[in-house]
Ligand binder design. Sequence first.
Ligand SMILES: NC(=O)C1=CN([C@@H]2O[C@H](COP(=O)(O)OP(=O)(O)OC[C@H]3O[C@@H](n4cnc5c(N)ncnc54)[C@H](O)[C@@H]3O)[C@@H](O)[C@H]2O)[C@@H](O)CC1
Ligand SMILES: [K+]
Length: 513
Amino acid sequence: MRVAWTSDQVRALEEPLLAAGVPLMERASFALAVHVAGVLRERRGRVGGARAVVLAGGGNNGGDALHAGALLAGRGVEVWAVTTSARVHAAGLAAVRAAGGRVVTVADPEGPDVRRVPVDEAAALAARADVVLDGVLGIGARGGGVGGVAGALVSAVGALPDRPFVVAVDVPSGIGVDDGTRSGPVLDADLTVTFGAAKPGLLLPPAARSVGRVEVVDIGLGGLPEGARPHVVRLEVPDAAALWPVPVAASHKYTRGVVGVVAGTRSYPGAAVLATTAAVRSGAGMVRYLGDVGETVVAHRPEVVVGPGRVQSWVFGPGVSPDDAGQRRRIEFAFEGVLQRGEAAVVDAGALELLPRHVGPHVVLTPHAGELARLLTRLGADVDRAGVEAEPLRWARLAHERTGATVLLKGGVTVVAGRGGAAYAQADAPAWLATAGAGDVLAGILGALLAGRVDDLHDDASLVAALAATAALVHGRAAHRANPGGPVDAAAVADALPGTIADLLREAGTLAP
Ligand SMILES: NC(=O)C1=CN([C@@H]2O[C@H](COP(=O)(O)OP(=O)(O)OC[C@H]3O[C@@H](n4cnc5c(N)ncnc54)[C@H](O)[C@@H]3O)[C@@H](O)[C@H]2O)[C@@H](O)CC1
Ligand SMILES: [K+]
């Protein structure tokens, strides 16, 4: 599990350690230099003789970068430090110089011994580097991107035709560290070396697209205090495996969970096939189908039972237009069971418009950004699709607060907001998965998961968000498995589910009997 701590959480952990004289910056810069040396070795075979440019801002983030630069210079790297502020970390600057590194500035120089260079010239230095360390801004960033001459430098380096390999120090400078926003110049990284724990902006879209590979370095901050929860979490394979309902020898189809699917119409029968197939192939005990295209569904999935009966979870909405009277009636009727008997539900696509005024966290909404904007607008918020895409967690949280439901917001990085402040950001899928029908498959997977763990969700409502994140993880991994590196179709993703789930459980050592 990858957890993200906010800037305030990090500072609260750092404070007593710094007061006690614990050398946090030495640890951070040493680990950073080790990672940069690793990059150089990987890319050019050796560290000595490489050329590194260190962009250093006025805070401790710049201090980390300068100290790492000094360590690299000590290993024979030609180091150029470009400072972006009149005052920079004095000890870091002295260390770079002492190790033979050279220093220029794009800011007003403080002393006569720092040569001022135009932004273009500094960017040209970066263009000739094997690696650029971005230490302009860290968790002290005030938001809104990188300001002033530092912002001009970040933009110029980012726009170089032959972009050098960029290592972000703690975070790519300019991202919204705590909320993942990108509202001004940001230097996109190939690798981010982050200290103590990930930061929310490294996991959350849209900033998460700027971070490259993320390496978390333990600098001895310890863990969050008792009762404090990480701001954002990304589940990994062992977490998903631990959450997956695995049958035991005494299990039968009802204990394993029955999923009721109200999906598809005569105009969109495919959605019904995909959602039921995904639920069957994710290990539901039984799948029931309600709707007008039962024959088509059974032709594809003979395991599906057509017609009403007991269910533990519902999947509402794939391929359903709210003006389809039959499906609308079935969904509205089934929602009564959700509200009265506590059956879990996945509410997708057309069914989002049929959501009752207030539901519980055992109901999971699965909109994409446009659908979430429409839902929130109906609930009185002022936001459009672009607004949701700019701050996905904020709007998913608002939808959770206004509806009571757990909200899974689909996107390149899928964001989940649920009960108890639980928030997840899953980046498991290849971009190829952005294809028609993929959402129907996700809804089926989640329906099967909720049915299999319906009793547990009522004991712990925050579990629903974790299960939604698990569904996103499995969905993404199934897409990779369906056709590694190439295009995938939704049916192939559904077909890849049994193997994906078996691999997941095998990797985590929790195979069923
Ligand atoms: N406290 C410590 O001793 C440690 C801090 N660490 C490093 O220190 C960083 C935090 O350092 P700081 O708190 O000094 O803050 P930063 O270095 O992130 O940034 C503060 C500086 O940036 C300027 N600034 C803020 N927002 C700006 C904007 N939008 N555009 C342009 N300039 C802006 C401020 O005026 C200030 O000079 C961490 O990210 C980490 O890299 C690590 O070395 C671990 C130990
Ligand atoms: K940085």
